[in-house]
Design a protein around this ligand. Structure first.
Ligand code: F6P
Length: 544
């Protein structure tokens, strides 16, 4: 395709365009030949196998050149060094510092942030120890049995995803739950089965102004107060926010407030006190093992050259597929039930980051930016949307995220999981041609009737996918895995010349929702029954 990607020469783009045309025109069997096992790289216990991507040596050579012109190591160093990499909000993006044990000063606008990070980390650790150890008790003097994290977006998705993923590491006798949506269903469901007198509620919101979170926080306050009284309810709250005034106004006790900073983006924040629910669920040691795993990957991102650098490879392949091969939909397929929230987590990370239509200088892009990302735990997906992946008219790319060790510990279970993942990846890449179908002895034995169905059995193949494998889903590996996707997302944005750290596109809808509320409330008073009130309010607002 013609391009104005801000990196790479016109000649280079022309060559890459020609490679893509050549490789997509070849039968998959001619691309996915034997001898591609070297197309893999490894770091922090994660093995990226990209042998099923639509690349060959010639295409890769030009892709390395494209990566070189994007100055990826410089971009990573700038981000990790505290440069203002989010210029539309005038902010650094220092999520990497949250998992960095270094103590050398790290300046943001002239202020060293290391001490703040260490202080909040120690505060979280002490709070978790006090809840687990029974020194921090409910208003009625008993141990907390349950925790509800109230938050949304980055203040929910990371904590939910990691808590689910690391369930085998959960401490006994403390159950952690999550409430995010505004409609009240998840809150009502939890309130119906938990005991408010033994429930701790974390209000998790970088801004403390998000309507979903404040609405659920007020629901929680009323529920807690009904059990332990208004005065006692405060004892059941903790909060994570940059907004100290709002935490004051809500009555969060001084020793249960955890700060975060404007140099951590919401979708990059599970390493900060936003991860308090994770830490309560699995304990500080495991939480810190997760930070350490992420840090190992951070070092790898900064130090490993291409073609060994995992996030650079993944960013490059994403640009290759989106820009040259013409795939704009990307499926995340974890072959691990415990990673069932990974697609949702990565949706926010990648789409809120790289779903942009203007470059850093505000000029519109004339090329596709971040892909649509979606997904589902592997085998469930096989029995649902894999039909489209294999034979549909959209060419969807995929990451198979595959732990080699089964959570049951039984080798037979690992074998079943791995055989499914690898078989699906092979079929996506290699497909099955009409000739192969017709040569199948079963089809031949079926005579004319079977031959008539031959076209239905063809799998076009040529659908690029990678396998991201690792030994087991433990805290360090999860940390590395998430850090890998964070860096991949940032590095991909360098090819597009966009800002991956802002999110102006979510503001307008939020503002308009808040503005609609008074009109709906006024009209809703005019009818006596609930449905009538709802209809009247929508009619009044011109929405019905
Ligand atoms: O709606 C988008 C968003 O602004 C996300 O970027 C953020 O993670 C989420 O809302 C929640 O924001 P907060 O943590 O301030 O409540």
């Amino acid at each position: 395709m013609t391009t104005s990607l801000p990196v790479g020469s016109a000649d280079l783009h022309a060559r890459l365009t020609a490679h893509a045309a050549r490789l997509t025109a070849l039968p998959p069997a001619a691309v996915f030949t034997a001898g591609r096992r070297h197309l893999r790289a490894e770091a922090a216990g994660l093995v990226l196998d990209y042998s099923r991507q639509l690349v060959d040596a010639a295409a890769l050579e030009d892709l390395w050149a494209l990566a070189k012109s994007a100055a990826l190591p410089t971009a990573l160093a700038a981000q990790a060094g505290g440069a203002i990499v989010n210029p539309t909000e005038g902010r650094a993006a220092l999520h990497t510092a949250l998992r960095d044990p270094a103590t050398a000063p790290l300046l943001v606008n002239g202020v060293d942030v290391r001490a703040d990070i260490a202080h909040t980390r120690a505060q979280c650790r002490a709070f978790v120890a006090a809840v687990h150890g029974g020194q921090r008790l409910s208003a009625t003097g008993v141990r907390f049995t349950d925790v509800i994290n109230i938050g949304i977006g980055g203040s929910d998705l990371g904590p939910v995803m990691a808590t689910e993923a690391l369930r085998p590491y959960a401490v006994p006798a403390l159950n952690v739950h999550f409430v995010s949506n505004i409609d009240g269903a998840s809150f009502v469901d939890l309130a119906g089965r938990l005991n408010p007198a033994t429930t701790l509620v974390i209000v998790c919101s970088k801004t403390f102004t998000t309507i979903e979170t404040t609405t659920n926080a007020h629901r929680a306050r009323a529920w807690l107060a009904s059990a332990v009284g208004e005065a006692g309810a405060g004892t059941h709250f903790a909060a994570v926010s940059t907004n100290a005034a709002a935490m004051d106004a809500f009555g969060v006790p001084a020793d249960a407030r955890f700060t975060m900073w404007d140099w951590v983006g919401g979708r990059y924040s599970m390493w900060s006190a936003v991860g308090l629910a994770i830490e309560l669920a699995i304990g500080s040691e495991h939480f810190e093992a997760m930070l350490a795993g992420a840090h190992t990957l951070d070092r790898h991102a900064l130090e490993a050259p291409l073609p060994h650098n995992l996030p650079m490879l993944m960013a490059l392949l994403s640009v290759w597929n989106g820009h040259y091969v013409g795939c704009h939909s990307h499926a995340i397929l974890p072959y691990a039930e415990r990673l069932h929230r990974l697609p949702a987590y990565l949706q926010q990370l990648t789409m809120e980051s790289n779903g942009k239509h203007v470059r850093l200088d505000g000029t519109p892009v004339d090329y596709p930016t971040g892909a649509v990302l979606w997904g589902e735990a592997g085998n469930n997906g096989q029995h649902s949307f894999f039909q489209l992946l294999h034979q549909g008219t959209h060419r969807v790319t995929a990451d198979f995220v595959v732990p080699y060790e089964s959570p049951t510990g039984a080798v037979e279970d690992s074998i079943l999981t791995l055989s499914n993942a690898f078989a699906q990846a092979n079929v996506l890449a290699r497909g099955r041609s009409l000739e192969d179908v017709l040569a199948d002895p079963k089809v031949q034995a079926g005579g004319a009737a079977a031959a008539a169905l031959a076209h239905h059995r063809v799998h076009p193949g040529g659908r690029p996918c990678s396998i991201l494998g690792f030994a087991r889903l433990d805290p360090a590996t999860l940390g590395g895995l998430i850090a890998l996707y964070e860096h991949r997302t940032y590095l991909e944005s360098r090819f597009f010349g966009i800002n991956p750290f802002d999110q102006w596109g979510v503001e307008l809808g939020k503002v308009q929702a808040v503005a609609l509320v008074p009109a709906l409330e006024t009209a809703a008073q005019s009818a006596s029954d609930a449905w009538g009130r709802l209809r009247a309010s929508l009619d009044h607002a011109g929405l019905n």
